[in-house]
Design a protein around this ligand. Structure first.
Ligand SMILES: [Cu+2]
Length: 133
């Protein structure tokens, strides 16, 4: 009974600690990232053997498009180390930034990490991109 209780207490402490960690992470994000971004992939379901284009849409905390940012991406495979391919996004107006790739070496789940800098404002976001055969 006593052992059971102390295990439960330990579980609660762990849960509390992880909630605090998540809270800090969210707080950190909201203060350092007034920039919001979304990703579109063309085609919608990219194939590893065909060219694909990524479009990042960037807005400020008022929902207005941001056109003067520097946008860089790094794509990695999620399930194994296949190196990192860096992508430089070009501004296309209306808050859109584009980067293209000729294809990838393997199908499956990839991660596109996008980093945005505009003056002193920075934002980073991970997008999962599923690439088929
Ligand atoms: Cu792979």
């Amino acid at each position: 009974m006593l052992l059971e209780r102390s295990l439960k207490a330990r579980g609660n402490i762990l849960l509390g600690a992880s909630l605090i960690a998540v809270g800090l992470l969210l707080a950190c994000r909201s203060t350092t990232a007034p920039l919001q971004m979304t990703l579109k992939t063309a085609p919608d379901h990219p194939s590893m053997t065909k060219p694909m284009t990524f479009t990042v849409h960037l807005t400020d905390d008022h929902g207005q498009p941001v056109n003067d940012a520097t946008v860089n991406g790094a794509i990695t495979m999620k399930v194994m180390d296949m190196g990192t391919t860096k992508l430089a996004f070009s501004p296309k107006g209306n808050g859109d930034y584009e980067a293209s790739m000729k294809g990838v070496d393997m199908s499956g789940p990839w991660n596109l990490a996008v980093e945005v800098a505009q003056g002193s404002a920075h934002a980073k976001k991970d997008f999962e991109v599923t690439i088929s055969d």
